[in-house]
Design a protein around this ligand. Structure first.
Ligand code: GTP
Ligand code: MG
Length: 201
């Protein structure tokens, strides 16, 4: 049977595993500290569709620089070598701290890891990933609005109106926005021939 991947990416602690838990209903490990998921973890769903929970891309706590580099390399290599087998990628980011983190990186001459990874996914997979702008409960509405607008302006999606079809503000804590994200994931997978993608193997 063919095997295809539903991949979840994001920086450490963004809430990848929490989104998987809430939306797909899989009992994956979540944790307070960046670096909870250390391996590229695969969970078979249905009809050859395999969910992939990635470790965080970027800095982790309690992990040597060497291991961190190795994990980051593995993520990039997995995505590059399996590009044709990725049915859908969902990128999760912590939108509540997006601008703060981005400005801090820019001062050091780096670009946002989230922007970099989203653009890498779009290039490598030839399709724009769905984006879960998570943790909207952690900042004021105004702050979330500014962070979202800035993020959407930075990713290479062209029109801001297009970005709205791909970017979903959510909170796995309050449940806000999860229905819309789930629907979007479902629709994309159905279009790829997976009629009941959320059921387990
Ligand atoms: N306030 C708030 N906290 C959240 C939300 N989503 C996740 N968290 C918390 O953020 C922390 C990280 O969540 P995980 O789901 O483990 O994140 P991850 O991206 O899988 O992290 P790694 O596996 O370490 O890369 C946990 O303490 C979660 O409870 C949210 O929407 N709001
Ligand atoms: Mg995780």
């Amino acid at each position: 049977m063919r095997e295809e991947y539903l991949v979840f990416t994001g920086r450490p602690n963004a809430g990848k595993s929490s989104v998987i838990k809430e939306i797909i209903g899989l009992d994956v490990a979540t944790g307070k500290h960046p670096g909870t998921t250390r391996r590229i973890s695969k969970y078979p769903l249905r009809n050859g569709l395999v969910l992939v929970d990635m470790p965080g891309f970027g800095r982790m706590s309690g992990v040597s620089k060497k291991l961190e580099d190795r994990i980051n390399d593995r993520i990039i290599r997995f995505l590059e070598s399996n590009a044709k087998k990725v049915a859908l990628a969902v990128h999760i980011l912590d939108i509540s701290t997006f601008l703060e983190v981005t400005w801090r990186l820019e001062k050091k001459g780096f670009i946002s890891v989230d922007v970099e990874l989203v653009d890498f996914l779009a290039d490598t997979l030839n399709e724009f990933p769905l984006i879960a702008a998570n943790k909207i409960d952690k900042a004021s509405e105004k702050e979330i609005f500014f962070n979202l607008r800035d993020f959407m302006n930075r990713i290479s999606i062209g029109q801001l109106s297009d970005a709205k079809n791909y970017v979903f503000p959510i909170s796995t804590k309050t449940g806000k926005g999860l229905g819309a994200l789930k629907k979007a994931i479902h629709e994309k997978l159905v279009a790829k021939g997976y009629r009941t993608p959320f059921k387990k193997g």
